[in-house]
Design a protein around this ligand. Sequence first.
Ligand code: URA
Length: 238
Amino acid sequence: MSKLTLDRILQSQGFGARKWCRELIVSGEVSIAGETVRDYRTKYETSDFTYSVYGEEWLYREHVYIALNKPADYECSRKPSHHPGVLSLLPEQFSHRDVQSVGRLDHDTTGLLLMSDDGAFIHAQSSPKSHIPKVYVATTHEPVTPELVAKLLGGVKLNDEPAPLAALLCNKIGEHELEIVLEQGKYHQVKRMLAAAGNHCAALNRSQIGLLKLEALGLELGEWCFLSAEKMGQLTAT
Ligand code: URA
């Protein structure tokens, strides 16, 4: 249990520097249970604490765990150079609390992307030791053949990788479409594996991490949601 003054609560949630948060409160932009609160010195118990800023309601969260349906032409990098960053798809306060993407999807890859400000979670999810399977749907230039599937399952050698990399699972799901499950998360891995197996990736979507399916979240492209405890549990389940 911890109690914090209202200005510190807002600051911790990414609403800006303490001085700015005080101004927000004093100018009547913050309410609690429908009542405008102008005293920033009052302390509140943070667990289950809800408050509104500019009329929008928020729950106090020590850390945020977010799923985004990433559209194409957004970069996961913290300093995007050629396209807008994925953070621009989230409310502004998340940038102030150091939310970042958990691993990366290429700028032209769409689909399930996790975002968080919890360093331990980010590390656990993206560590090569975690072995969390990730499911991708790749659209290919050339038709998907049984030989292609066999090569991806058998392992292909990529430049700068000491050993061949193999898909955990691989299924043809259309003439030019395959579902591929990987647990390594190397740079451009799906695209490079497809190229090494003699085909070419025309489009890529990540549809699942662990047992968490993007479809189950009901997010349109560019939409995001907080992950419930149940969905968080699905991330590490296999
Ligand atoms: N593999 C790729 O080639 N690109 C991605 O964005 C993710 C996995």
